[in-house]
Design a protein around this ligand. Structure first.
Ligand SMILES: [Zn+2]
Length: 136
């Protein structure tokens, strides 16, 4: 599992105590703050940072990133159409998404790149399973 420095966004390995780029002390950041930084990093202009942020959000299951992920996916559909960013964000939505993500993905699935469609099917399935277990 990988990690990004919340200060300079360089990718680090988990277990490293300090950022090898800026020297940031990783133990000084709370999970709460780190989640906040990751959500912000989704909008980072550096592709690698945005990619890593989405991946970690999915792995750590940071639920409140749902809206930001949908927002970024919309932007990606309109502008860059980067299939790799698409895929990792759709993966993250599959890990954390609820009703809103489900609706967004099913309504827009034809607009995504062909490469992303398998990931979408997979994510929709995961969200559906999670929603099915809810008692509301
Ligand atoms: Zn750093």
């Amino acid at each position: 599992m990988r990690y990004v420095c919340p200060n300079c966004f360089k990718v680090a390995d988990i277990g490293e105590k300090f950022c090898s780029n800026c020297g940031y002390d990783f133990e000084h950041i709370s999970n709460e703050k780190y989640a906040e930084k990751l959500i912000k990093a989704l909008r980072h202009p550096d592709y690698n940072v945005a990619y890593m942020a989405a991946k970690i959000i999915g792995e750590l299951k940071i639920k409140r990133a749902e809206k930001s992920l949908i927002e970024q996916l919309c932007k990606n559909l309109l502008n860059k159409k980067d299939p790799y960013l698409e895929q990792v964000m759709v993966f993250a939505l599959g890990e954390i998404g609820g009703e809103e993500a489900y609706k967004f993905l099913s309504e827009n699935k034809d607009k995504f790149s062909v490469l992303t469609r398998d990931v979408i099917a997979n994510s929709l399935e995961k969200i559906k399973n999670r929603m099915g277990r809810k008692c509301v």
